[in-house]
Ligand binder design. Structure first.
Ligand code: HEM
Length: 345
């Protein structure tokens, strides 16, 4: 059954965000989680090695898997905190998040997490939470496609609940305005800088036509300035994604330059006005992009600055806790079900 939670976003924060866009600071809500780097040191010393090995196989077999896992972690953390809620399947008594509008036909990587969990349950049964597995897997995914490394604080507990409603309310969408997107990040205790840096994850992975149709038949030509190269790119995108007559699930890379490499070229595309998602392009082109435009320019010019900030922001996002799960959470035996429901694996 879906639960309501204090993490539903109040509407007034969308207005507050307009002011914050211009550079006011906000204190973090994502502070003080009881997480430590050596949490599994004695209870499961091989945890990092096991996750890394499984992620290596997954990314080697298909680099897209890295993108799927990074996004899964984001969609976990923005709904009740990083508590593995996104991994739960629907049951008679629990409505999961997988069928929420931003997730349905869109999220993937669940089987990779299942495989890691199975390995860990045979190595150290009942010890490593699914939320921690996903957090470490997202770090490894980033590293394996060329991105930065960071140490992952550990000790999250898995939720016994999920929230379809919060998934629908808290997760940003491609057609959302910049102030509204920023307000969703601020609400999670993440800054404007975090928002721009974390959106840099779009340097890998694919988007579905349904999420970029309005952009390529809308303001793409205006932002990209109709250069021959951008016109050719636009023609190609339109051939993948017809204006009418279906094709909603046809996909295109968000970073057409280096789709399988974690680098800063997605920001360079935004500077050229060729961002695939409207939400990304707004960070550079919107009249409200006073603060974000400068950050995009900085990361487009300086990959090291992007990598440093991305690492820091991923730790901050990963530290969004679910106070309820911290106290009443569990270590699921099977990431798809709470323990009272879990079939033997
Ligand atoms: C800033 C607000 C964001 C918006 C509006 C947004 C929106 C989207 C959309 C619409 C897609 C394509 C999904 C589809 O077509 O099925 C996507 C894909 C993706 N997003 Fe985001 N996203 C945002 C932030 C983030 C963050 C913070 C991360 C991770 C740190 C992230 C990681 C990804 C990845 C890796 C993909 C590719 C997934 C794949 O290949 O299937 N996004 N995002």
């Amino acid at each position: 059954m879906a639960t309501s939670s204090p993490r539903s976003m109040p509407r007034f924060s969308q207005f507050v965000a307009l002011f914050l866009l211009f550079g006011f600071a906000i204190t973090s809500r994502a502070g003080d989680p009881p997480l430590t780097l050596d949490y599994y040191k004695s209870s499961c010393p091989s945890v990092l090695e096991i996750v890394r090995k499984e992620m290596e196989c997954a990314v080697l077999s298909n680099p897209r898997n890295a993108a799927l896992i990074i996004r899964l972690h984001f969609h976990d953390c923005f709904v009740q905190g990083c508590d593995g809620s996104v991994l739960l399947d629907d049951t008679i008594t629990l409505q999961g998040e997988k069928k929420a509008p931003t997730n349905i036909n869109s999220l993937g990587g669940f089987r990779i997490i299942d495989r890691i969990k199975t390995m860990l349950e045979s190595e150290c049964p009942g010890v490593v939470s699914c939320a921690d597995i996903l957090t470490v897997a997202a770090r490894d995914a980033t590293l394996l496609v060329g991105g930065p490394y960071w140490d992952v604080p550990l000790g999250r507990k898995d939720s016994r609940t999920a929230s379809y409603e919060l998934a629908a309310a808290n997760l940003p969408t491609a057609d959302e305005s910049l102030p509204s997107i920023i307000s969703k990040f601020l609400y999670q205790g993440l800054s404007v800088t975090d928002t721009v840096a974390l959106a840099g994850a779009h340097t890998v992975g694919m988007a579905r036509c349904a999420n970029f149709r309005a952009r390529i038949y809308g303001d793409f030509e205006a932002t990209s300035g109709k250069s021959p190269a951008s016109e050719a790119n636009l023609g190609h995108l339109r051939s993948i994604c017809p204006s009418i007559g279906g094709g909603d699930n046809n996909i295109a890379p968000m970073d057409r330059v280096t789709p399988d490499l974690f680098d800063n070229s997605v920001y360079q595309l935004l500077q050229q006005g060729e961002g695939l998602l409207s939400s990304d392009q707004e960070m550079y082109s919107s009249i409200l992009a006073l603060q974000t435009r400068g950050i995009v320019k900085k990361y487009a010019a300086d990959q090291i600055a992007f990598f440093e900030q991305f690492s820091e922001s991923m730790v901050r996002m990963g530290n969004i806790t679910n106070p309820e799960s911290s106290v009443n959470g569990e270590v699921r035996k099977n990431c798809r079900f709470i323990n009272t429901w879990a079939p033997e694996i």
